[in-house]
Design a protein around this ligand. Structure first.
Ligand code: THU
Length: 149
């Protein structure tokens, strides 16, 4: 995948982050999934007053892809996040999917029969990384282990 596609996904993720519901952490995260045909599906973190029930942006996007019946079509994801100040994302550390989100990404990857490219950006835009899901969660347990493919 080209860096151009990664930049488009990060832009879409940054736009999605404007809809983050993050009044508790004040840490907004946006995610954007790229499907095989070029469709982009966004997600934003969705916090909850009970804290523990909060949903990450990546999980929100993957749930939307599932709702559209398109979980198997995910080829890449862009993620960006940071503390919100003056309506902007801050911070120079790229946001990488948490452990739970990596496991949920494995569901899409294995059902689709492919690795997923993971683009991670910092809030201030100064750092962008490109990973493969298989590097972020090696030796993963997933649908393949249950004979789903
Ligand atoms: N968060 C995400 O949405 N994705 C990640 O990969 C890391 C963390 C959210 C969860 C919570 O709403 C906030 O960021 C602070 O942890």
């Amino acid at each position: 995948m080209s860096d151009v596609a990664g930049a488009v996904l990060i832009d879409a993720a940054r736009e999605a982050a404007t809809n983050a519901h993050a009044p508790y952490s004040r840490f907004a995260v946006g995610a954007a999934l790229l499907l095989e045909d070029g469709t982009v599906i966004p997600g934003a973190n969705f916090e909850n007053a009970s804290y523990g029930l909060s949903l990450c942006a990546e999980t929100a996007a993957l749930a939307a892809a599932n709702t559209a019946g398109r979980l198997r079509e995910v080829v890449a994801i862009g993620v960006v996040g940071g503390k919100i100040r003056a309506g902007r994302l801050h911070g120079s550390d790229p946001v990488r999917p948490c452990g739970r989100c990596r496991q949920i990404l494995i569901e899409a990857a294995q059902l689709g029969g492919r690795d997923i490219v993971v683009h991670c950006a910092s809030g201030d835009g100064s750092v962008v990384e490109r990973h493969l899901l298989s590097e972020l969660l090696p030796h993963a347990f997933g649908p393949d282990d249950l004979g789903m493919n």
